[in-house]
Design a protein around this ligand. Structure first.
Ligand code: VGL
Ligand code: ZN
Length: 206
């Protein structure tokens, strides 16, 4: 989607940079807060700046607390597949769901909420895990004529990965900026595996 003279319209997606994914949060990503200064430093390079927020109702199906007898790290079978269980996190309207302090949120043109359906999780910022609900992010990028999409945020091995793969499937040129991402690394090589999976799908990792 190159415009006249080959100009490119660059978009930045800031994925789930929320207190619960920062150190001290309910689902802390190691060094998750370190992405903030990097993201602030690149914001000005993008015509389109959008964000996603994990935005779960209480009793969300991804919370271990929702399933009696289950604990964090267990899995349950849901209609749309196997669901890994997490601590309660990013509950709608809670302090844990707010952007991490210091993020230049005034530059964010629109925020897309994900994981809002109690019965299905959403690691991608575009579609839920069953591809039933669309957040509107892909349409927003297309309506605003984005051709290049850069992705930063938390966590590399979950929402960053699935958002990058879905953007690629939607036809965008996708780059993941590693300096602006941190991984959960529940298993030590999860980050490397996620990066390899993205590269294999044609995502640029830099
Ligand atoms: C995420 C686990 C659960 C993420 C969200 O944003 O990477 N990970 N919910
Ligand atoms: Zn979540």
């Amino acid at each position: 989607m190159l415009g006249l003279f080959g100009s490119k319209t660059k978009a930045l997606i800031i994925v789930d940079v929320q207190n619960d994914f920062a150190p001290g949060g309910a689902l802390a990503v190691p060094k998750g807060d370190e992405v903030v200064p990097f993201i602030n430093s690149v914001l000005g390079e993008y015509k389109i700046v959008v964000a996603t927020k994990d935005w779960h109702p209480k009793n969300h199906c991804s919370f271990a607390s929702t399933h009696p007898g289950k604990k964090v790290g267990d899995r349950v079978d849901l209609e749309d597949g196997s669901q890994l269980l997490w601590p309660d996190h990013c509950v709608q309207g809670s302090p844990g769901a707010e952007f991490v302090k210091g993020l230049d949120a005034g530059k964010i043109q629109k925020t897309f909420q994900k994981g809002i359906d109690p019965d299905i999780d959403s690691y991608s910022g575009l579609f839920d895990n069953g591809f039933k609900r669309d957040t509107g992010l892909a349409k927003y990028l297309k309506d605003n004529k984005a051709s290049e999409v850069a992705i930063v945020g938390l966590a590399t091995d979950y929402t960053v990965k699935f958002t990058a793969l879905d953007c690629k499937k939607q036809g965008f040129n996708v780059t993941v900026l590693r300096k602006g991402c941190r991984a959960l690394n529940i298993k030590p090589d999860d980050e490397e595996k996620a990066l390899a999976e993205m590269r294999a799908a044609g995502v640029t990792v830099k």
